[in-house]
Write a protein that binds this ligand. Structure first.
Ligand code: HEC
Ligand code: HEC
Ligand code: HEC
Ligand code: HEC
Ligand code: HEC
Ligand code: HEC
Ligand code: HEC
Ligand code: HEC
Ligand code: HEC
Ligand code: HEC
Ligand code: HEC
Ligand code: HEC
Ligand code: HEC
Length: 454
């Protein structure tokens, strides 16, 4: 909030003081009520304004509507504003008494208005053109309001009364309207976006000036700060996470930052995303992307070429598994998953899969119910995964995003430089595979119980 400086106020009252047109001619000793005061040599310039207070202002008797003659001598008294003025301008009086905000300066009508006339219709002091009130307003207010690097057209031009009532208003800050209503008049694209959106960013409901300075500001779009620093003012938890997470996500940290994915105003997609989530992620992951430790696959092509999509992706949720801002886990995963082909079995390392899938399907050695990947009651998941050394991680057989085959069994898996084939064949009661790891092996769920080890 701008604080008026005493010096400015003093300077202003000096400026706005005595009218310059007061006649130099010698004053007559008495009053002639039938004569015009501005006739002849006397007060000739009283009506010498492009606009006078009212049309017959200079006619005989008109001056006395304000200047009360005191006896027969050429002597007058004039009531002080606002009483003088509101006697005729009742609408202003009622505005001042009913306004939620009243301009602190309002009662000094003649601080802004010349009671006789002015260059423009509003009889405004200092003002040369109705569409530039700067000389008047900045007589009392700090001009810095409109001199920061990025300026707002209407304010910078001095059209203050497009947004403010100079006397009083039923909104805060003497505004003619608030929030979307005030700004949306001119910014209809933003108003339409907000009106039609399913989710509106909470501060927008509190008013556009939660983020934009309506006059001028230090950053583009008159924002208080740039990019993620603006968001940081209210979402420091997310910004901290993005900056300090062990695995970071480039778009959350680059120039556009948060705005790579979010609208600052509103959206028809949850969390104010710019596009439906999957479309959003694939707008960048539609080609191989370099990360710190690998060249990431072209996810869009993988999904286009393989029609068996893992259920959470079918539901349009990359964020079912990934944390888009940054994460403690490999590949921005929401929970741990081992990063390599082999890993010593550790229950916690599979937190991601076990957050949705039955862990017993992997951790129980014998079962006839918990998994279909078994030979008789011998759990082949346990056999492959649950090893102290070189357990195969799920990726050895499954692709987590999409596959050609059902059950998310992949055709090939990266093993060093070799894209090793799996050759999985499903059968009625089991299946077989012939991967690079071993000769062809089959399993049959209806087989007898596997003999106990001797
Ligand atoms: C609407 C009310 C109003 C009318 C009508 C009006 N005046 Fe004034 N006049 C004032 C006020 C108020 C002041 C005091 C100026 C100020 O405080 O800035 C003033 C100041 C003056 C002064 C200067 C006195 C001084 O000390 O500055 C003269 C002279 C004057 N008026 C003459 C006239 C004449 C002549 C007419 C008619 C042609 C006229 N006025 C009509 C309100 C009026
Ligand atoms: C005797 C009645 C009377 C007094 C007292 C009076 N006014 Fe007026 N004022 C009028 C009339 C009549 C008009 C012309 C109305 C119109 O055109 O709608 C007018 C017009 C105005 C306008 C211009 C309105 C416009 O649309 O351009 C302003 C500003 C104004 N007055 C301010 C004042 C101020 C300030 C005072 C006190 C110093 C004052 N008036 C005192 C009668 C008065
Ligand atoms: C801070 C400066 C300022 C003060 C003080 C002020 N006015 Fe105004 N007034 C304006 C401006 C600016 C306009 C022109 C509004 C516009 O552009 O529409 C205006 C317009 C008017 C109008 C024209 C009709 C309207 O509502 O727009 C009247 C009448 C008026 N003022 C009377 C008064 C009276 C009476 C007082 C004292 C009670 C007063 N003003 C005090 C700045 C001021
Ligand atoms: C004669 C001095 C003076 C003039 C001229 C003046 N103001 Fe003010 N204005 C003040 C004072 C005093 C305050 C109250 C202190 C503050 O908030 O800065 C104020 C406050 C304001 C406020 C804040 C109101 C609130 O309640 O938050 C706005 C908006 C404003 N002025 C707009 C304008 C505009 C627009 C103009 C030009 C048409 C203008 N002022 C001309 C003296 C003036
Ligand atoms: C596009 C609309 C708009 C225009 C044009 C505009 N303002 Fe404002 N002004 C606002 C809004 C909105 C606020 C309230 C800011 C807030 O809530 O933080 C405000 C607040 C103010 C304040 C009080 C708070 C502050 O920021 O110091 C002053 C004084 C002010 N304006 C003066 C002016 C002056 C003088 C002009 C013309 C040079 C002007 N305004 C032009 C919208 C506008
Ligand atoms: C009287 C019409 C008008 C009103 C009311 C108005 N603006 Fe503006 N605004 C403009 C114009 C004109 C521009 C400059 C447009 C351009 O450069 O393309 C602008 C530019 C902007 C910009 C920068 C956009 C850009 O592309 O550079 C922002 C942000 C903005 N306004 C926000 C607001 C806010 C917030 C409010 C309400 C407090 C508001 N405007 C009220 C007319 C208005
Ligand atoms: C949470 C902060 C925030 C709020 C609240 C906010 N904006 Fe913005 N606005 C921004 C940011 C950030 C940008 C820059 C967008 C970009 O770079 O793509 C922006 C850009 C703009 C632009 C220019 C670009 C465009 O999208 O057209 C306009 C105009 C605008 N805002 C108007 C408004 C209006 C009107 C409101 C109130 C209804 C509002 N803003 C509320 C943060 C906000
Ligand atoms: C003035 C404070 C403020 C600023 C600045 C701000 N936000 Fe918000 N934001 C909020 C509040 C309040 C909520 C609603 C409460 C919550 O979910 O935390 C919210 C919610 C959100 C949501 C969740 C929306 C939903 O529907 O779930 C997202 C996403 C968001 N903000 C992104 C941003 C981005 C990006 C920026 C920077 C351009 C930003 N915010 C700047 C206050 C702010
Ligand atoms: C790569 C795209 C992307 C970027 C960049 C991004 N977000 Fe998000 N954000 C999302 C997605 C997707 C969601 C929804 C997550 C969900 O559904 O669980 C979200 C959700 C949110 C939420 C809602 C609450 C939460 O934590 O889930 C807030 C607040 C938020 N983001 C703020 C930010 C901020 C601040 C930044 C900048 C530091 C940012 N986002 C950068 C994609 C992104
Ligand atoms: C069911 C959980 C899950 C879902 C849903 C999911 N992912 Fe993944 N994503 C993973 C796992 C696990 C990895 C690590 C795979 C690996 O290293 O073998 C990964 C890796 C990635 C990689 C890096 C790939 C590489 O070449 O190393 C990208 C990019 C990716 N995911 C993007 C997406 C996108 C985009 C979506 C939404 C369309 C999505 N993910 C949905 C679990 C998931
Ligand atoms: C604006 C472009 C952009 C968008 C949108 C985007 N990403 Fe990324 N993503 C990248 C870039 C660039 C990298 C590589 C640099 C890095 O690792 O941070 C990356 C890396 C990744 C990684 C691997 C991170 C690692 O280092 O292991 C995953 C997983 C990922 N993105 C998933 C997603 C998901 C899920 C979404 C949607 C919520 C998404 N991305 C949206 C640009 C984007
Ligand atoms: C967000 C929840 C979620 C996460 C996390 C998740 N999945 Fe899934 N997965 C599902 C759902 C739901 C299905 C569909 C289950 C069904 O159709 O019975 C599914 C199906 C599967 C299937 C195929 C089962 C079938 O019957 O078609 C495999 C294989 C699979 N997931 C492996 C994994 C692996 C490996 C992980 C860990 C990297 C994982 N999933 C993480 C939710 C998840
Ligand atoms: C050696 C290959 C291989 C590994 C490693 C593997 N799976 Fe499987 N998985 C399969 C096969 C083959 C099937 C299909 C069984 C059938 O239906 O015939 C399967 C089926 C599944 C199913 C469907 C339900 C069921 O159990 O039948 C889920 C869920 C699943 N796997 C999750 C995982 C998880 C989680 C991991 C890692 C902890 C993992 N798999 C590791 C080969 C593997």
């Amino acid at each position: 909030m701008f604080h008026l400086r005493l010096a400015a106020l003093l300077a202003a009252s000096a400026l706005l003081g005595t009218p310059s047109w007061v006649a130099a001619a010698e004053a007559p000793a008495s009053i002639d009520p039938s004569a015009s005061c501005s006739g002849g040599d006397c007060h000739a310039d009283a009506g010498d304004h492009e606009n006078i207070h009212w049309s017959d202002f200079t006619a005989a008797g008109e001056c006395q509507k304000c200047h009360e003659p005191e006896g027969d001598l050429h002597s007058f008294s004039v009531e002080d504003p606002p009483d003088l003025c509101v006697g005729c301008h009742e609408e202003i009086a009622s505005k001042l008494s009913s306004g939620k905000t009243v301009h602190d300066a309002a009662e000094g009508c003649t601080d802004c208005h010349d009671p006789h006339g002015g260059a423009i219709g509003g009889l405004l002091l200092e003002v040369e053109a109705a569409d530039d009130l700067k000389p008047l307003c900045f007589g009392c207010h700090d001009e810095e309001l409109v001199t920061q690097e990025y300026t707002h057209g209407p304010a910078e031009q001095g059209e203050c009364t497009i947004c403010h009532d100079p006397h009083a208003s039923s909104e805060k800050s003497l505004l003619l309207a608030e929030g979307v209503e005030l700004c949306g008049d001119c910014h209809d694209e933003v108003a339409e976006l907000i009106g039609g959106a399913e989710s509106v960013h909470s501060p927008v409901e509190d008013g556009c000036t939660e983020c934009h300075n309506p006059h001028s500001g230090p950053s583009e779009y008159m924002l208080a700060a740039e990019g993620k620093e603006l968001c940081n003012e209210c979402h420091d938890d997310v910004v901290d996470e993005a900056k300090s997470a062990p695995v970071d996500h480039a778009p959350a940290l680059d120039q556009a930052g948060c705005l790579n994915c979010h609208s600052p105003h509103a959206s028809s997609v949850a969390a104010n995303l710019l596009k439906p989530q999957q479309e959003l992620c694939l707008s960048c992951h539609n080609k191989p992307v370099e990360s710190e430790d690998a060249k990431l696959m072209d996810m869009q092509s993988l999904l286009e070429e393989n029609e068996q999509w893992h259920a959470p992706i079918r539901k349009d949720g990359c964020s079912g598994c990934h944390q888009p801002h940054g994460s403690a886990n490999f590949r921005l995963l929401k929970a741990p998953f081992p990063p390599r082909f082999y890993a010593a079995f550790d229950f916690d390392a599979y937190g991601l899969c076990f957050s949705c899938h039955e862990d017993l399907a992997i951790t129980v050695e014998r079962t006839r119910t918990l998994t279909n990947f078994r030979d008789g009651d011998r759990n082949l998941h346990f056999l492959h995964v649950n090893k102290e050394k070189r357990g195969r991680t799920c990726r050895a057989c499954h692709d987590l995003h999409a596959t050609e085959e059902p059950l998310h069994i992949r055709k090939r898996v990266q093993f060093g430089n070799w894209l090793m084939p799996i050759h999985f064949e499903k059968s009625e009661t089991g299946g077989s595979c012939h991967p690079g790891c071993h000769s062809i092996k089959a399993y049959d769920r209806e087989a007898d119980d596997y003999p106990e080890k001797q």
